[in-house]
Design a protein around this ligand. Structure first.
Ligand code: FAD
Length: 289
């Protein structure tokens, strides 16, 4: 695969999609169909999460290979420090590299279900910055993405502390940043300004999640600390259980966000599509109109 960093240097907007590995074989087939439908959108790359929300770690490589072989996508597998020693992480990195993957999203990872706190494995790694260092020392041609938090990471004492830690990831060799989801663009603009002020120069890609249900988005935002604007909540409450209306509201909100972001210099956008095609296709059509 081509390093994604090259895309950021040559193309605007860079559009990407995030999938998660399904739990079973039936889910993998459903994802295959979704991914085929999304080929029409011609995403510049897609990413596949690693062990997020309790999904198995093993399926990331499998799903990444399917997405590349079946759909011809440039695929960026995610990798986390959760549950792995440094030796295991090195072996996983080599495995991805042997299979031709040159782009990796390097993360610390969330604690597994049931544990409130992240605890590194014996001989494991504690921070994503350490994983960036390990991956780069293993293969200098890896192009690495890292996570950024416009409303700060929930465990960080302040946004400033979190930014210092984000800079550590970039100084260790990260090539670009993808942000946590947010619903108010001013949060992103302020974050980019602060990043530039502390000397972070790499592309900062906004992560956008089209809302599919009020309940689900309340759960996500409670977990990741993102703010849900009142106006969006009110609209979703009025739509109540009417799923089509909720989806339309979600797509409309995301469309307005993306238009604003691109008009204000964002390098592209990363869509958290939750393994569904509808919202991403509607957004593509809306942006082309
Ligand atoms: P880090 O950058 O290591 O930061 C974690 C915390 O430690 C922060 O509070 C930071 O400020 C602090 N910190 C960092 N360095 C230091 C230091 N040297 N000293 C003291 N404190 C420090 N999770 C998954 O499990 N699988 C996925 O596939 C996945 N994909 C994601 C994709 C994106 C785009 C995003 C935004 C998040 C994703 N996550 C995923 C969630 C992520 O794993 C969690 O948010 C996790 O809690 C932190 O991961 P990180 O890589 O940002 O960690």
């Amino acid at each position: 695969d081509r390093p994604i960093a090259e895309l950021f240097a040559t193309r605007r907007p860079v559009r990407s999609l995030e999938f998660y590995p399904p739990k079973d074989a039936a889910g993998v087939e459903a994802l295959r169909a979704t991914a085929h439908a999304l080929r029409r959108m011609l995403p510049d790359f897609v990413s596949v999460t690693y062990g997020a929300g309790g999904s198995t770690q093993e399926r990331t490589a499998q799903v990444s290979s399917i997405l590349r072989k079946d759909c011809g996508f440039t695929v960026m597998p995610h990798l986390t420090c959760v549950g792995h020693s440094q030796l295991e992480l090195a072996a996983l990195a080599d495995g991805f590299h042997d299979h031709g993957f040159r782009n990796i999203m390097a993360l610390r990872g969330d604690p597994p279900k049931g544990s409130a706190q992240f605890t590194p494995q014996p001989d494991g790694l504690r921070y994503a910055a350490d994983l960036v260092t390990l991956l780069k020392s293993r293969h200098t041609d890896f192009c690495l993405g890292v996570a950024g938090y416009p409303e700060k990471h929930p465990e960080a004492a302040s946004l400033d502390v979190d930014l210092t830690n984000l800079k550590r990831k970039v100084d260790a060799g990260a090539d670009f940043i993808t942000t946590q989801l947010f619903f108010d663009n001013t949060v992103y603009y302020r974050f980019v300004e602060k990043c530039r002020a502390v000397g972070i120069t790499v592309p900062i890609v906004p992560g956008i999640m089209p809302v599919l249900s009020l309940h689900q988005i309340q759960r996500f935002t409670a977990m990741c600390g993102a703010t849900l604007p009142k106006q969006l909540i009110t609209r979703l409450e009025v739509a109540a259980e009417n799923t089509d209306v909720v989806e339309t509201i979600g797509i409309d909100w995301a469309l307005t966000q993306i238009r604003g972001l691109l008009a204000n210099g964002a390098p592209g956008y990363h869509l958290y599509v939750l393994n569904r095609a509808k919202a991403a296709l509607a957004l593509t059509a809306g942006l082309a109109a």
